[in-house]
Design a binder for this molecule. Sequence first.
Ligand SMILES: *Cc1c(COP(=O)(O)O)cnc(C)c1O
Length: 483
Amino acid sequence: MTMEHPEEALEARLAALEAQARTLEEDPETRRRWGAAVLGAGESLVAGLAHRPAWDDGPGARAELLALGVPEEPVSLEVALDLFAREIDGPGLQPASPGHLGYIPGGGLYPSALGDYLAAVSNRYAGVAQVGPGAVALENMLLGWLRDLFGLPSGAHGTLTSGGSIATLMAFAAARDGCGIGAEEVRRSVIYHSAHTHHCVPKALALVGLGQATRRELPTERGRLVPSDLRHAIEEDRRAGLRPFLVVATAGTTDAGAIDPLGDIAAIAVAQQLWLHVDAAYGGAFALVEELRPRFAGIERADSLVVDPHKGLFLPYGSGALLVREPRHLAASHGRPGNYMQDVVELEDLPSPADLSPELSRHFRGLRLWLPLVLFGLRPFRAALLEKHLLARLFRERASALGYEVGPEPDLSVVLFRPRRQPEESPEAHEARQKELLARILADGRVFLSSTRLDGEFWLRAAILSFRTHRPQVEHLLEVLAR
Ligand SMILES: *Cc1c(COP(=O)(O)O)cnc(C)c1O
C-alpha cells in the first residue's frame, strides 16, 4: 500500500497512540483516589488481623480472578481490590497473622511497605553507584551496619538480596572461585555441613556447579554440628587425597533453632584453611540481643554470612543479605563488563551492587529495610527478639508441664514438642497421633503450626518470630494442647 503523505499518516498514528499511551499516567485526582483506596485496604487488612484465623482452609475459589485473566480493557480498582480481598488474600496461611507459628514466620512491618512504595514510585536504580549514588550509599550503609553487628572486619561487604537462598547461591559462587575450584577440581572437593542444614545449601551447591562434589552431611548432637566429627572427617578426606574446601555452619537451624558451635567450627576452618560459610538466615537478627550475643561467638570469623531481614527483622518477604569477608571474591565471581554500560565510572568508595551480584536491574530493597529501622529505632527490635526467645522458653516449660515431650532448651525461638509416645505405641501410630493433633490445631485456626522430621523422627514445632506474636498467642496454643 502506498501512502500519499506518509509523514501525515505517521503523525496521525502517533497522535492516536499517544492518546492511548497517556492513559498509563493517571491524572492526579485518580492517583489520590487510588492511593487512598489501597491504603484503606491495607488498613482494614492490618486492623482485621487480630480477628482473622492464622490459617483458613476455605475452598479458595479463584474463578473470578482466572476468568478476568489479563484483560485488554481496564477494570476499576474496586474490582481489583475486591478480587485481592476474596480470592488472593483469603485462603491459606495468613503470614501477617500474630498466630503464625509455623515454618519460619515472616514479618510485614508496615513502614517496609511504605519504603517499597517510595522505591517503586521513584524507581531509583540501586545497581550502580554512579547512577544511583544515594540508593547505593543507603544499601552499603545498611550492609556496613550488618557487618558491624556480626563483628566482621571493616573490609567485609556484600549485597542485599531477595532472600537467603539467593544469598547462599552467591556465597557459594564466591567460595568456589575464592578457593580455586575449577571444573577439574569439583569431583575431588569436599563440603561439610550438618544433617540439619537448610535444604537451600545442597540446592545452591548444585546450582553453582558443585553438585558432583562430595557433601559430608555430619550427624548432630542436640541439633548441633560436633566439631571433633568435623575435624576427623576433614583429616580422613585429606588422607584419601580429597580436597576439603567449604564448611557450612548454621546460626539458628530452621528445624530446631539450634546454633552450631561457631567458635570451634571457625577454629577448625581456619586451621584447615577451609572457607567458612555461616547460615544465619533465621537466627542472625538475634545477635542484636545482648543476652543472646555470646551464642554467636565465632560468627565474626565467617568468610561468608547470610542473614534474612524478612525473618528476624520482621520485614515482608523479599529481603536477604549476604556478607563476604573478602568482597574481591564476590566481585571475581559476579563482576562482568557490559558494552552498553561502558559510560559507567566505578566510584572507589562506593562499590556497586551490580558488580557483586547476578542482578543488574534490581529492586531498590534498601528502603524497605531502612525506613522501619529509622522510624522505630533499634530498641523495639531488640526487645521483640528477646521477647520471642523468652516466649519460646515459656512455651517449652508449659508444654512440658502439660505432659508433652519437648525438644532441647531453645537457643533462639523454635521449640520442638509432641505428645509422649505410649508404651506399646508404634512409631507410625505415634506419628499419626501427632498429625491428628496438628490438624486439630489448624482447625482451631487461632495459631498456625507446622511439623518437621529430625533424624528420622516426626516432631511438631512452634516457631515464634512474628513481631505480632505475643503472650496471648502462646496461651491459645497451650489451651488447645491442654484439651
Ligand atoms: C529460611 C532459611 C533459608 C532460606 O532463606 P529464604 O529467604 O527462604 O530463601 C536458609 N537457611 C535458613 C537457616 C533458613 O531459615
